[in-house]
Design a protein around this ligand. Structure first.
Ligand code: SAJ
Length: 422
């Protein structure tokens, strides 16, 4: 099967790098997105997201004519869907973006096409996507009715790349490929072999869906363990960072790091897809989510206590004249992504409730999000260190690591990442 032209639907953190990597292998790539401004940015050879080296690869792909973006789909040999799969208020998965993408590409499908769902999805979503496509195109045959010989091949191939290392991991990670039939998987392997240096491991679609959810739930449960330890150690007066370092000297122990909570659009979301499908059995997975979701509230309580301690030492001050610096807003170090960020949750709560002055430091953004209020100002690290009475380190950005002890001396410090207190 030849894949000369690939359509990538959804030009976000996964779709755009994937489109760029196909284009770098000299495939003709059409990137489709409903966001007109993102489409225009890409067509001018620029990027609308921050990911190391992505700008260089996208610029080269656009300049050489291999990558184009559009709001309107067109025919292609393979279609890759990389749209968001958030959850709804009741923690049930919201497949509306997949549905919209399926309906958008359906009119352009031709016999022999391969459609891949890359978005992290609950078990059964690939079959559901196939159903939407089949309903829109009764003139074509699909695996559900025609098995191995269907006109359209369909597979789930979950993305597994780590934000901040996307281009490297896209090439080097192994891929799990779950076709609706073996011939669907075979076609998908061929497509991914265009750029993947890792193994392409074949399974069925439901196992591939569950595999991705399992990977992120594994990490969530392990981070929850570290976060729970941090609360226990705080109550017992033990330095959790030292404790974890010591425990990790055991040859079979490898505890992750506590933080202000778990953020991002993956680990804080995907475990709920397992919980919502089999709630009676997903007890540990649900509890881990709850432990991690509770952590920002606990940090807010610690901030409250720090303000109280500061006021006791400085009776001439009030909360209104006591300033707090929040260092970092991103959901993890050295990236600009504020989505589902526990640091943002904490900052927003302070912006809404705290009467004193707040300094927000986030070296990776140029403008504060509106949720922090019109009065909130982005300020630089040095200024925050000089001015704030209470310093709350929320993200372990490299830029925050090298600070002389003398600059922190005498301050109330809440180091949620163990950068200065480990
Ligand atoms: N975190 C901790 N302590 C740790 C490790 C992480 O608090 O020891 C926090 C981070 O600060 C962040 C959150 O967890 O708030 C998630 O960060 P992450 O680096 O663990 O993961 P993501 O969300 O950037 O990417 C994950 C990855 N999945 C796994 O490592 C199993 C990535 O490979 C997936 O492709 C990605 O989710 C995704 O798109 O699903």
């Amino acid at each position: 099967m030849l894949f000369d032209k690939v359509a990538v639907v959804g030009l976000g953190y996964i779709g755009l790098p994937t489109a760029a990597v196909f284009a770098a292998r000299k495939k003709k790539v059409i990137g489709i997105d409903v966001n007109v401004s993102a489409v225009n940015t890409i067509n001018s050879g620029n990027v609308h997201i921050v990911e190391p080296e992505l700008d260089i690869v996208v610029r080269a792909a656009v300049e050489q004519g291999y990558l184009r973006a559009s709001t309107v789909p067109e025919t292609a040999d393979a279609f890759l869907i990389a749209v968001p799969t958030p959850f709804k208020e009741d923690y049930h998965p919201d497949l509306s973006y997949i549905e919209a993408a399926s309906k958008a590409i359906a009119p352009y499908l031709r016999p022999g096409n391969l459609v891949i769902l890359e978005s992290t999805s609950p078990v059964g979503a690939t079959e559901q996507m196939a159903m939407w496509l089949a309903q829109a195109r009764p003139d074509l045959t699909f695996p559900s009715s025609h098995g191995q010989n269907s006109d359209i091949r369909i597979a789930h191939c979950p993305e597994r790349v780590l934000p901040g290392h996307v281009l490297r991991e896209l090439i080097s990670n192994d891929r799990i490929i779950g076709g609706l039939t073996p011939s669907c998987s075979e076609a998908a392997v061929q497509l991914y072999k265009t750029f993947t240096e890792g193994q392409c491991i074949v399974t069925d679609a439901r196992t591939a869906e569950m595999c991705k959810l399992t990977e992120n739930s594994f990490r969530d449960v392990n981070i929850a363990f570290a976060n729970e330890l941090s609360l226990i150690c705080d109550s017992l007066g033990i330095n959790v960072w030292e404790l974890i370092r010591l425990a990790n000297h055991h040859p079979r122990v490898n505890i992750l790091q506590p933080g202000p909570g778990v953020g991002g659009h993956c680990i804080a979301v995907d475990p709920w897809f397992i919980v919502s499908s089999v709630p009676e059995h997903a007890k540990l997975i649900r509890t881990a989510r709850e432990v991690n979701d509770h952590k920002p509230e606990w940090v807010l309580q610690k901030i409250d206590a720090a303000v109280g301690a500061f006021l006791q030492k400085n009776p001439d001050k009030t909360a209104a004249t006591t300033s707090i610096a929040c260092l970092g807003l991103a959901f993890k170090p050295d990236i600009d992504d504020l989505r589902e960020s526990p640091a943002m949750h904490i900052a927003t709560s302070l912006a809404t409730n705290y009467p004193g002055k707040l300094y927000f430091v986030e070296p990776y953004i140029e403008k504060l999000p509106a949720s922090l209020g019109a009065a909130a100002k982005l300020c630089d690290f040095d200024m925050a260190l000089d001015q704030a009475d209470i310093i709350v380190l929320l993200v372990d950005h490299t830029a925050f690591k090298n600070v002389s002890e003398s600059r922190l001396k005498g301050r109330q410090i809440i180091d949620t990442r163990g950068v200065w207190t480990s």
